[in-house]
Ligand binder design. Sequence first.
Ligand code: PA5
Length: 444
Amino acid sequence: MVKVNIAGCDTFVKAADYQKYVEKALAAYDVLRDENGAGNDFLGWKTLPVDIPESLIRDCETIRDEWAAKKIDLVVVIGIGGSYLGARCAIEALSHSFIQSDKAPRIVFAGNNLSEEYLSEVMDLAARSNVACVVISKSGTTTEPAVAFRVVKEYIEKTYGKQEASHRIVAITDAVKGALKTLSTQEGYRTFVVPDNVGGRYSVLTPVGILPIVLAGFDIRAMLRGAAAEREALLEKSAENPAVKYAAMRNLLYTELGKKVEILVTFNPKLQYLGEWWKQLYGESEGKENKGIFPASVVCTTDLHSMGQFIQEGDRVMFETTVTVENSNRELVIGSDEQNLDQLNYLAGQRVEHCNAMAQLGTKLAHIDGGVPQMEVGIERINEENLGALFYFFEFACGVSAYTLGINPFNQPGVEAYKKNMFALLHKPGYEAQTEEILKRIQN
Ligand code: PA5
């Protein structure tokens, strides 16, 4: 279960102010619990950990086993934003960083950018592999995944034939609408549904995350169990509720102290994509109406040698939330060296993780001294159960936090602005007037 520690903010905030923000967060908690706030038609994620039917997991396992029987060794997962970040976060956190498991296919992600070089390189890998594809788009109309899918689909059809392609492609999309749904029906693909009442960035515990995680060989039941236990813990309304503490403190730091940037810190590179997933969750949920904390992330100690200077002494706009991991899953002890030329014998016999823990503690204290308030969101170790708990915690806390700020956490009106310009510039049918207008604008 997730633990929240806000003691690293003590020197920055007054207890009475914190109490005031706890009250606000508790009121926001009521809105989320009672489902009477803005965006309340997008609250399906709240009960996903206990609602996901066993049959859905079995359907995913059937595809996994079928593809294993065909010796498929590469699955291209196509999607952008909420349609890939959760799966990528879980898979990167749980996988060996360098060695591909011989029990599961390699998972690569495409359709999360429009880079020709990136997609060409995915296709280079496909050409050396036995390939299947999972294409994910809730709306079924997003340009980035649609472009990638057109390329991957054509390759799979040419390589394995149209009939076999329909067994190697699975789509995850809306139950009835969107281009991807229409295409899937016509081509006879197996499909999974993204529930109507779950927004993209809250969808990791739907088939959007479940199928890729199962294909990668991880224990989705344990992840759902962890999320369910976290949900249970968060059902208790109190000032000690971890989501209330986190939401209260970040709103206080933002509103009263002008801390406009929150940096999610990890000391384990396996959690890099937790930062990416979290940035979308909080950025898209809160960054509206000219309000919101700007979510950033760093991986330490790596980034202490790049961003560390700014965090220590630059403009005092930020606070940090460190995702702490109590126990490492591996053990590596530093040896002793007779000559000690590197002068590291003082560490002989210590685990590498001990050095990491001391770096983490040293950084926390230095950053407090430098004027950067510190929060911690802790798990015991990286595994499926604790990742499930983290997903649920951050989603629930995001709802509480956004309502505390007076923002609808479940829409994303601003995401459309770039799309309109891009469609106009690409001469998309239906955008003729915008095309004319934008061409005039860029010619001046
Ligand atoms: O959170 C969101 O809703 C968005 O970030 C979407 O996940 C993203 O834009 C992808 O949309 P879609 O799944 O419809 O292709």
